[in-house]
Design a binder for this molecule. Structure first.
Ligand code: FES
Length: 169
């Protein structure tokens, strides 16, 4: 369903969320309403826990509730890599593509994953199991290439190893 512009804030909620979800979202917004923009980050965090991601319909609801512009909310959501505008897979594989990892083969590693999974970074497999992302330095450059599967970090990865990692799930 195409997203509509922010001027129709009172339209029915997007189909992907239940009335209960919207109620929870509104409760979060209400709890932070007084602080407005100052509480935008915690609101985004709490709402993403409810929804799994932050599509335009949810961003508009937050903007209206906190009395800030939709473009401000959008700017913050798209600035931070931990906020998502699309549904995420059950698991998330983040591959570092900063300088050291890139020099040691992260590009080839990502290409292997793209072939194997049939998705590009930023996308989720059709079965909804895995989201692939490239991220900036994970702080372990001496062990490049570095990747994270959810909260688990893997070091000195090769294309073959990451392929096995994905298979094991
Ligand atoms: S460049 Fe990859 S962990 Fe630092």
């Amino acid at each position: 369903m195409p997203e509509e512009c922010g001027c129709k804030e009172e339209k029915l909620p997007a189909d992907e969320f239940s009335p209960e979800d919207w109620k929870k979202i509104d409760e979060v917004i209400e709890a932070h309403r007084e602080k407005g923009l100052d509480d935008l980050l915690p609101v985004l965090h709490e709402v993403q826990k409810i929804c799994g991601y932050l599509p335009a319909s949810v961003q508009r609801r937050i903007a209206a509730g906190l009395d800030i512009s939709p473009s401000t909310v959008y700017g913050v959501v798209t600035f931070y890599t931990l906020y998502y505008t699309k549904p995420q897979g059950k698991k998330c594989l983040r591959v570092c593509d900063s300088v050291t990892c890139y020099d040691r083969g992260s590009k080839e590693l990502v290409a292997e994953l793209e072939n194997k999974l049939g998705i590009k970074p930023g996308e989720t497999t059709k079965d909804g199991q895995l989201t692939l992302e490239t991220v900036s330095c994970l702080g372990a450059c001496d062990k490049a290439v570095v990747a994270m599967l959810d909260d688990e970090t893997y070091y000195n990865l090769t294309a073959e190893q990451v392929s096995e990692l994905v298979e094991e799930g």
